[in-house]
Write a protein that binds this ligand. Structure first.
Ligand SMILES: Cc1cc2nc3c(=O)[nH]c(=O)nc-3n(C[C@H](O)[C@H](O)[C@H](O)COP(=O)(O)O)c2cc1C
Length: 210
């Protein structure tokens, strides 16, 4: 996490276009085996699935993002909490791969972030049944207008189906491109913590062939 913090801090010092979302990361989840083994494999339900989410917090324990707890990704994480995150920063020829476990953040963390969001985003979180099929494209807008009236002048509480996830890494790989094409790859694999050691985390570091 220290190295990730360093790389992130270096990116923040670069001059980047306004539209570039530095904290965008790809979250990959996996489906769960369906039915009996002799039934045909269903790539949609059982295969991996990726989408971009925004990194909204990080500490020594991992990475935090926020989403809808009824979304497709949330359903996959509920059954199979092993996920991967991926960052690609072409402006410095770097990528970071993370593999770890997803757990929901505390209600306090989700509440604090929800409170800090613009009202339009708060209403959007309530109105949008993320990942569901939309039969009527006007329905979402109608729902938002109704919610605007309902909450006029009043604070909006976080809906219980919206909140954060924390990804606690068990593997991280830092990739630095080099003009020689012999790129650097460093893989950090978390080892079981030794109860007799004062440092909570022990990691094995390997250099990998590019
Ligand atoms: C730049 C960018 C940032 C996004 N940030 C988020 C986010 O922080 N949380 C979120 O739920 N969806 C975010 N999305 C939308 C997701 O990519 C995705 O469409 C949505 O979460 C539904 O995914 P699912 O159906 O696999 O659950 C973002 C999309 C883009 C392109």
């Amino acid at each position: 996490m220290d190295l990730f913090h360093d790389w992130f801090a270096q990116l923040k010092q670069m001059t980047l276009p306004d539209w570039f979302e530095l904290n965008a990361m790809t979250l990959s989840t996996v489906g769960v085996p369906q039915g009996a083994r002799n039934e045909p494999f269903s790539p949609h339900l059982e295969g991996p699935s990726s989408r971009v989410v925004l990194l909204k917090g990080m500490d020594k324990f991992g990475f935090i993002f926020f989403t809808n707890y009824d979304s497709a990704k949330a359903k996959q994480m509920a059954k199979q909490p092993a996920v991967a995150l991926h960052f690609y920063w072409p402006m410095c020829d770097r990528q970071v791969r993370v593999e770890g476990l997803a757990t929901k953040t505390s209600a306090e963390i989700s509440d604090a972030y929800f409170k800090a969001r613009p009202r339009s985003s708060q209403l959007g979180a309530i109105a949008s049944p993320q990942s569901d099929i939309v039969e009527d494209e006007n329905l979402l807008e109608r729902t938002i207008s109704e919610l605007e009236k309902k909450y006029e002048g009043a604070p909006i509480a976080r809906p219980s189906n919206w909140g954060g996830y924390q990804i606690t890494p068990s593997l991280m790989e830092f990739w630095q491109g080099k003009p020689s094409r012999l790129h650097d790859r460093f893989r950090y694999t978390k080892l079981d913590s030794d109860p007799n050691e004062t440092a909570a985390d022990r990691w094995k570091i390997d250099r990998l062939a590019p």
